[in-house]
Design a protein around this ligand. Sequence first.
Ligand code: MF3
Ligand code: CO
Ligand code: CO
Length: 290
Amino acid sequence: MPGVISPMRYVPDHIVKPDYADSGIVGRWDEPRIKDESVIARMREAGSLAAEILRLAGEQVRPGITTDEIDIFVHDLTIERGAYPSPLNYHGYPKSVCTSVNDVICHGIPDSRKLEDGDIVNIDVTAFIHGVHGDTNATFFVGDVDEQSRDLVKVTEECMWRGIDAVRPDRPISDIGKAIETVAKAHKYGIVRAFIGHGIGQQFHTDIQVLHYYDSRNNMIMRPGMTFTIEPMITLGTWQHRVWDDEWTAVTTDGSRCAQYEHMVLVTDTGVEVLTGGAGAVSPHAPYNA
Ligand code: MF3
Ligand code: CO
Ligand code: CO
């Protein structure tokens, strides 16, 4: 159930903003898919900053906190670190982070709703700094969460990591969805189809598409220097979604719970580097031996 959305928050003038920050209009340009060393170095910084903000935001999660309070925390911390909170005014999105509770798949708008004991909440943090974006998310427990939901969250984290493990140069990007689908299917969970991983860099979303299920047509070849996200949304029931009248909040059509994890990765000469990973991350490495 939606709560009340507070007014858009202000970003001080010394923060370097992406093109859409004032207008809400995203200017698209033909950004190279293969990044140079300068962009990669800056994406490492943006990635580790987003990862740290996500971890600290997750530490705020408790029964009684509102998602608006989580937004204020992320907004202020991002600015304190010299970055712009990428979601703010992206295509008009009204807040600085996405908070998606229970049956919300993604793009939940922070509002006056208090988190309740037993909820699960995904926090999706994106930070823009040194001209590039870092994008990562994780799902957190609010107090005591039932066994079924805990299993969903655990399996979703594994889905993300099996997808990451499938990243190798000169292989089709569909290997990622194939790996994710194998895990989700074994648990009879749904894989959301409408929202996918994406190329990222100087722009929040670029043309690389990463499906989280297998489709032979998703056949772009992964090359060293490519950067994209892997962000499976896995449900206890259906893969189908609908969007609330706010035009952002995506929910499952059957009301089943949904979990999500997201990392931003770089294709290397030998495999993959997780740009939002490292010691400070919520999910720093695969929860199994690859
Ligand atoms: N961070 C989301 C993603 O993983 C995108 C959020 S778009 C917003 O792609 F406008 F809702 F912020
Ligand atoms: Co993303
Ligand atoms: Co994200």
